[in-house]
Structures are given as C-alpha cells and as structure tokens.
Design a binder for this molecule. Sequence first.
Ligand code: ADP
Ligand code: MG
Length: 266
Amino acid sequence: MKLQIKDLYVSIEGNMILKGLNLIVNGGETHAIMGPNGTGKSTLAQICMGHPSYKIESGDILLDDESIIEKTVDERSRMGIFLAMQNPIEVPGVTNFDFVKAAVQTRMKKAEHLRIGRFILKFEKASQDLKMGQGLAHRFLNQGFSGGEKKRNEILQMKMLNPKIAFLDEIDSGLDVDALKLVGENVTELKSPELGLVLITHYQRLLDYITPDFVHIMINGKIVMTGKDELINKIDQEGYDWVKKELGIEDEEVKPYSLGTCPSKH
Ligand code: ADP
Ligand code: MG
C-alpha cells in the first residue's frame, strides 16, 4: 500500500484550505498529523475519503499509483480507504449491525458470499474488545451514543473492514483515560505491514498509546515540519508558536465562511 498526496490544493465554499500539501504513507507506517485548530486536518481526511463538499483545485491523491480523486466514496472504501470521523453522524433507522454488514458485503467480490455466522462472531468479538456493551448490534448507528461510544464505534468499523489506509480524525477527543487506552490498544493491535495509519490529533496523549513513525506539523493548509517523537513533546509543552517563529509563518487573517463569488485562489 502506498498513499501519495501530491501538491494538493483544496477549497470549500470558495476558501482555499489545503495549500500545497504533500504526504506519502506506506503500508506499515503510522503518521501523526498535528496542528492548530482550523488548519485543515479534517479537510485532508475528508478529501481523501471523497467528501463532496470539498473541491480539489489542483494536485492529486494516488493509492498504489492510481489517482483516486475522480472516485466516489464507496469506490474509495472498496479500495481500502477508511475514515474514522471527528464527528460521527447519527443515522436513525439503520442498525449498527446492518450498517457494518452492508459495508462488508459491498466490499466483497461478486462470487463471494458473506458467511453470516463468522461475521456475527467477529462483530461480537470486536464489540467486546471495545467494551461496547450488549445490544450494540441492534442500536441505531450512533444514535444516542455518548461521545466516547461514537469514537469506539468508529474503531469497531475499522476492525470489521480491514482497511489498507485509515485516517483517524481526533479519535481521542471525548475519550476519558480508560477509553483512550482501550482505543489505543485496539488500534495498535491492527497495525500490520499492509496498513497505513494517519492519526490526526491535537494532543500528545493519544500518541502515548499508538506510537507514530512520523510526526507532521500542519499549519495553514500544509505540512510545514516532519519529525519524530521529539516533536510531540515539544508541541505538548510549547504549542505551535515556536514552529511559526522558526519558519517565519505569519498568522492568517480569519475570513468569514461565505465569500459569495470571491475568487478562491490568491
Ligand atoms: P482542523 O481539522 O485542522 O481543525 P478543518 O479542516 O476542520 O480544520 O477546517 C479548516 C478550515 O476550513 C477552517 O478554517 C474552517 O473554518 C474551514 N471550513 C470548514 N468547513 C467549512 C465550510 N463548510 N465552509 C467554509 N469553511 C469551512
Ligand atoms: Mg478537525
């Protein structure tokens, strides 16, 4: 597996959010992306998954040397891309079980059939691993879930889908220490030479449980610095101002959401 993001410019509603982002993730690697709020981290995850509100102005995203930017979300999912959302949405009327089953089934080849007994056992095991409690299968997707349950449910989906490349967008937010440890252990267990992991996070605490191979700092829509563990501690202690100072990055003017017909490129 190799995911390659090449000089990517992405806008939403006329605002350029990603401005020349480059990243390569190989199978077996874990990348942490850290950065201040509003810097485009979720935009990066959403655009890789194919969210229709975001527009690629230029650049490319390649999975195993094939461009995916024209592909639909479900095609990308079938190719092995997975996104654990920062804010998972509630889907009343669709049970967790049916949702995951449908997702697994659509990823199977034509001649294959879902072996339901095996699937149920796997679902139950994943559910127990994540301490989701009885009855999870029959609850509507994320409806009435606590913040922590929603996050753990994203990891359950990841376990069931076996992606090649997974973006975990602030999987740590809303988790207490025990849940964080649990999620960390479950994700670490999924690490394999075939899986590329991209952990988007604000805080060092998640990275106590899932060790990254690379730490990237993202500011104003691009990766401005890449390092290892030492960056995590420094950010934890000193925030991001030193990065801006060191690299001479100026704070951006905050723009309103809707600029109407304003040109998006500057
Ligand atoms: P991060 O995840 O790093 O906090 P996001 O990718 O969520 O950042 O957001 C990046 C920028 O895009 C922010 O400035 C945010 O205000 C802006 N943004 C997000 N969604 C929209 C939208 N629907 N319309 C316009 N701007 C948006
Ligand atoms: Mg975000």
